[in-house]
Structure formats: C-alpha cells, structure tokens
Design a protein around this ligand. Structure first.
Ligand SMILES: Nc1nc2c(c(=O)[nH]1)N[C@H]1C(S)=C(S)[C@@H](COP(=O)(O)OP(=O)(O)OC[C@H]3O[C@@H](n4cnc5c(N)ncnc54)[C@H](O)[C@@H]3O)O[C@H]1N2
Ligand code: MOO
Ligand SMILES: [Mg+2]
Length: 423
C-alpha cells in the first residue's frame, strides 16, 4: 500500500473516546509541579503545597468587639449603677487589674478584656461620671453574659487545620496566612506552558491583512486561559505547515524546560494538518485523537517522556473549548487541586429552546445568569467552531446532550463555568 494513502486512512479512521475518558487519561498522567517557598506577599494566585494549621487560637485572648466598658454582669442587677473605672485599655495593652465588684475598665474595640469582666457594654449605652476625683461610669441597661466579647478560639482553635494543600491562595487565604504569621509559604510552582501555533496562513498581530491570511489569535486567547488556571504561558516560535521542519521544532519544544506543550491547529484530516501527522508517527504515546464532543472533536493529546502534549483544534472556538475542558483540569491537578475536574459544573434552566440536532454532546458557549433566585443559561450568539467574536461574552459552556429533536426551554442542563468567569 502506498505510504501516503496508509497515513491518510489512519488519519481518517480515528476512534472517538468520551470526554470523561479523555480527561481521566490525562489526569492519570499528571505529575505535580515542584514546590517552592515564597514570601507571603507574592503568594496570591499560587496554590498551597502544605496544609496549614493554626499555630495559636484566633483570637488568642478575650477580645472586645466594641468601644465601651468591660464590666461584670452581676453588677447590673440593680439599675442604674455607678462603677469605678479602674483602668484604660487601648488595643494592644495587657490589663494589669482584675475587674472586681463595683469596678469597670474603659476598653477599645480589639482590646484585651480583663479578668473578672464577663461582658463589654458599648460606649453609647453609658454615661461618664466622676466621684471624689475618680472616673466612674453610669449604666442604665443590662447586657447578657458574654456580650461583645470574642472568646479565645472563637474563629479557630490552636492546631486546627485551616487550609489544605492544593487550595488556591486568594484574599481570604492571604488574611489568614498573615494572621498566622506564615511569612513564607510552600506553594506549587506555576506550571510553564509552551503555546505554539501552526499554519502557514497565520500572520503576526503586527502585520496588515493580506490575501487569504489571518492574524494569529489563538495563542493570545490560550495564554489568557492558561493564566486563569494559575499557570505561566510561554509564546514560542510559530510552526509553518512544513512537516520535517515542524517535527524537529516540536521535538525541540518537548525537550525544552516546560511542563506542557499546547499546539493549536493542524489536528484534523487536511493535507497540511501537521500535528495530526506528528501524532501518527511520533515517539510519544498518543492518549486520544478524537473525542465524542462538539466542537473540538479532533482534539488530540499524548505523553512524551512524562510531558503532556496537546493538539488543540485551530478553529478558535474549538481551541478555546478544548483548553477549558481538557487543559484546565490538568493544570489544576498539576498544582495540587484535589477536587474532581468538573467540580464546578452545576445545573441551570435552559432559557430558550435549543433546536440543533446533535450526535455528540455539544459544549455551547453560554451566559448563565440569575433570575428570581434561579440560575438560567442562554446561548451566546453565534456558536460555530470557527466563530471567535462571541467568545468574549460567554461565561460558561452549556452541555447539550446528544439529541434528535432538540431541547425545550425550561429543561435543566449542565453548565460549566469558564476558568476566567467571575459569575
Ligand atoms: N473533512 C473534514 N474536515 C474537517 C473536519 C473533519 O472531520 N473532516 N473536522 C473539522 C473540525 S470539527 C475542526 S474543529 C477543524 C479542525 O481544524 P484543525 O485543527 O486541523 O485546524 P486548521 O486546519 O489548522 O485550522 C482550522 C481553522 O482555524 C484557523 N486557525 C488555525 N490556527 C489559528 C490561530 N492560531 N489563530 C486563529 N485562527 C487559527 C485556520 O485558519 C482555519 O480557518 O477541521 C474541520 N475540518
Ligand atoms: O469539532 Mo470542530 O471543533 O466542530 O469544529
Ligand atoms: Mg485542518
């Protein structure tokens, strides 16, 4: 048989795997990124590589929640009452006196409540007074035991597990880590992801349009997606559709010091689809070269020397969706995320009939929104795999199962929020 024909037949006859199987095949091959100790000030956006326990209780002293007076509630049985003010307690001051019957201490929000006191009464409920040159406070209302006092350990007990490895460090984690005195934290290194475009029709973004050429947009889109997953994109030299040259460029990339290589374009059955050709004859292990999904069915991936190599479609929307559904779970897992790939998926009501007939599950760019306390999802304009203009407004992918009749408005469908979505 003619070698060219044999290669073409193999390119045409691909066995489709389910999206779930494709994701699992990738996750089975994930190696977590190395870890590095960094200053807490630089840690936002990284993922923790260590569990964090409270070194001390939070708060570690009985803390006043109000500006006012630390008192004994037993003194408030007969009202009004005058109490002698025996100490002033600004924040950061350790009391030197115990509150005994008939006495109180002036205290500020965040101050340490003195022993003997069992409540703080807010300033607005008190009147300053003086007797024989001594400061007094007059109280007219009772407060319950414990009022305006945060007990020791109210937020966290000493040794309590507060953050787990794999957790992303956001503003709340930053507050907690600094309160715990973690000046340095052990985090997963941000995976470095080489992003390479293929195709002789592509111009750089600085070039004027000419003839049948278009500007290279996928690599910039992918870089933003990769960043939204906490990884570091690396732009590398574009690969034109010239096989021998492309092959050596791809091996050079795979051998380079990156954690993963993502190529876009050239994965289908066209004469110049060089990434599909590469998967047919490379020294790596191909995990899949077709997925039962639309768009992005020719999405391919494999492993070369423990390094994952993705061949995402060239069609912009198929490339985008391939990255969301296949690259993203891997990038999260590399950074220690322990939860399942689709942990964020949830149900939403389809806002309008979906009439397209589908043989494969379809991942439709959508907008999810709240209305009367319910979550709805609607299609975001043009949905062709070649159309990129509607990607900017999508905040999720809505999953349309295979259907011969379409799906009616009001049906619950699964939606997958996009990595960069803020809703
Ligand atoms: N006979 C068949 N034709 C096609 C099939 C098929 O099964 N049989 N599959 C279709 C599907 S589905 C898809 S998706 C595309 C996949 O195309 P490729 O991954 O091979 O990508 P290219 O051929 O290189 O390009 C397709 C399209 O995308 C544009 N492109 C490519 N790279 C970029 C980039 N970096 N930035 C912007 N646009 C890019 C390219 O110019 C083409 O217009 O194949 C279908 N065909
Ligand atoms: O599956 Mo392709 O990615 O529809 O256009
Ligand atoms: Mg092609």
């Amino acid at each position: 048989m003619n070698i060219h024909k044999e290669k073409n037949d193999r390119k045409l006859h691909r066995k489709a795997v389910t999206l779930g199987d494709a994701q699992q095949a990738l996750l089975d091959r994930v190696h977590q990124a190395g870890t590095v100790k960094i200053a807490l000030a630089d840690a936002a956006g990284y993922r923790l590589a260590e569990d964090i326990r409270a070194r001390e209780a939070i708060p570690h002293f009985r803390r006043s929640g109000m500006d006012g007076y630390a008192i004994r509630t037993a003194d408030l049985q007969q009202l009004p009452v005058m109490l002698e003010v025996i100490e002033q307690l600004p924040c950061g001051t350790v009391p030197t006196k115990v509150i005994t019957p008939g006495t109180a201490a002036r205290i500020m929000t965040g101050g340490m409540v003195p022993d003997g006191a069992d409540a703080v009464i807010m300033l607005e409920m008190t009147e300053e007074a003086e007797q024989a040159g001594q400061p007094y406070v007059q109280l007219r209302k009772a407060v319950p035991v414990g009022a305006n006092i945060s007990p020791i350990g109210e937020e966290a007990r000493a040794q309590e597990l507060l953050l787990e490895a794999g957790e992303s460090i956001g503003p709340g984690q930053m507050a907690l880590l600094s309160a715990l005195g973690c000046a340095e934290v052990l985090v997963y290194r941000k995976p470095l992801v080489a992003i390479v475009s293929t195709g002789s029709e592509l111009l750089s973004i600085n070039d004027p349009l000419e003839g049948a050429k278009i500007r290279n947009s996928n690599i910039y889109m992918l870089a933003a997606q990769v960043r939204a997953c906490g990884a570091e994109p690396l732009f590398v030299e574009h690969i034109p559709d010239d096989y021998p040259n492309a092959e050596s460029m791809l091996y050079k990339l795979l051998k380079s010091d990156v954690d993963m290589v993502i190529a876009t374009g050239g994965v289908s059955v066209g004469d110049y689809d060089i990434i599909a050709d590469f998967f047919l004859q490379w020294e790596g292990e191909t995990l899949f070269n077709k997925i039962a999904m639309r768009p992005g069915s020719p999405t391919s991936a494999g492993v070369w020397n423990n390094k994952l190599f993705f061949g995402l479609s060239g069609n912009p929307a198929a490339c985008f969706i391939g990255c969301e559904l296949l690259v993203r779970p891997v990038l999260l897992a590399i950074q220690g995320e322990r939860k399942a790939a689709d942990v964020q998926a949830h149900d939403a009501f389809l806002a309008a009939d979906y009439n397209k007939v589908n043989a494969y599950p379809r991942y439709v760019r959508g907008i999810r929104y709240f209305h009367n306390g319910l979550v709805y999802v609607k299609q975001e304009g043009m949905d062709m795999s070649s159309a990129m203009v509607t990607l900017k407004d999508a905040n999720c992918l809505m999953v349309i199962p295979p259907t011969k009749t379409g799906i009616k408005a009001g049906t619950l469908v699964t939606v997958i929020p996009l990595a960069a979505s803020t809703l």
